[in-house]
Design a protein around this ligand. Structure first.
Ligand code: ATP
Length: 349
């Protein structure tokens, strides 16, 4: 099956910079898929999104939507001819237009009655019926965001681009809106690319995601693949807390300060591995022969789990547990890895 969006070797350098902000980016998004570009501030993700939208020209590479080349070395289709919807971080609503007029803005073609019907339809979809005559200043942040989404969806775009659309909402409401927007896009079968610096958001929202660093993609995969089997040190650290351990590998096993470890793939010689804190078990007694004696350094109760920092030999590590048995700093405990350690690529490999 051909992908709906295909980005190939996309690069962009700004005139006042020497390094490319987007550097050889390649990825594909299938029809109906929700895809996220995840990376720290300044890694080039908004620039990548703006290149896809056609707000700027790439220096190199190509962008194809539904088999139609939108940009390559010979072609540049302007944004209004791309059939792509865009939801901006600040929503960019027209302050002098009502909700209904904002949503109708992109619907220039067709009969008036059909346009009105489509405005009603998308406002209902995003749960804003009854607010048609309001102006943006009289709406909450979440309502404004839904108007922006309705406006982008109204012309039935082949592809929807969302630039940090939830970052202006408070934490509790953000979760609700993410779920709501995700459900709307899935119900409509919309193909979308979301840009975010928020790991949890990317994991919750996307069917697949790409982790971006300094203009390049480090890894593309499902949320589970990216979180559970990070390929690089950067991905391992960016996707949440992890323990990094230098080991001596021989095939699917390695010697480490934690004793022998199982590895998720074969390796030889010195390798850095990542073990998520929840992939360690902690107990008061040495229930397993491979458990290592450790000393509790600190304890952080976080409601749904507890994070212990423990010292194992010369290193300390983080262990998450749902276990209600409370350990206190100074206690002797026994830890062991209960999942294979993830072998990270050597830097530059
Ligand atoms: P954020 O999450 O902070 O928005 P980002 O990953 O989306 O970051 P971009 O907005 O794509 O990053 O910016 C990447 C780099 O390119 C930054 O260093 C930024 O200063 C620079 N940049 C962006 N737009 C321009 C421009 N029009 N001219 C010059 N430099 C730019």
């Amino acid at each position: 099956m051909t992908p709906l969006l295909s980005v190939h070797c996309l690069s962009k350098t700004f005139h006042d910079g020497t390094l490319p902000v987007v550097n050889g980016l390649s990825f594909e998004v299938a029809e109906g898929e929700l895809f996220a570009l995840l990376g720290p501030s300044g890694c080039g993700k908004t620039t990548a999104l703006r290149l896809i939208a056609g707000f700027m020209r790439p220096d190199r590479g190509s962008i194809t939507v539904d088999g139609r080349v939108l940009a390559d070395e010979r072609t540049f289709v302007p944004p209004e001819k791309r059939g792509i919807g865009f939801v901006f971080q600040d929503y960019a609503l027209f302050p002098h237009l009502t909700v209904a007029q904002n949503v109708a803005f992109g619907l220039k073609r067709g009969k008036r009655s059909e346009r009105d019907a489509r405005v009603d339809e998308v406002l209902k979809l995003v749960g804003l019926e009854g607010l048609e005559a309001r102006f943006p200043h009289a709406l909450s942040g979440g309502q404004q965001q839904r108007v922006a989404l309705a406006r982008a969806l109204a012309p039935r775009p082949r592809l929807l681009l969302l630039d940090e659309p939830f970052s202006n909402l408070d934490a509790l409401f953000r979760n609700e809106m993410r779920e709501r927007v995700r459900a709307i896009l899935k119900a409509e079968g919309v193909t979308a690319v979301l840009v975010t610096h928020d790991q949890e958001e990317a994991l919750l929202f996307a069917d697949r995601l790409a982790v971006m660093q300094s203009g390049r993609l480090d890894q593309i995969g499902t949320p589970e693949e990216i979180y559970l089997t990070p390929r690089t040190l950067f991905v391992a650290q960016f996707l949440g807390q992890t323990n990094l351990v230098l080991t001596q590998a021989h095939g699917l096993e390695a010697d480490s300060v934690f004793g022998p470890l199982q590895l998720h793939r074969k390796a030889e010689g010195p390798v850095l591995v990542s073990i998520r804190p929840e992939h360690f078990a902690i107990a008061r007694t040495p229930e397993h022969t491979d458990a290592m004696e450790a000393t509790v350094l600190s304890r952080a109760f976080r409601g749904h789990d507890i994070t212990y920092r423990v010292q194992v030999g010369p290193v300390d590590c983080l262990v998450h547990t749902h276990n209600r048995e409370p350990f206190a700093p100074g206690d002797t405990v026994y830890v062991r890895a209960v999942e294979p350690a993830v072998v990270l690529d050597k830097a530059g490999a």
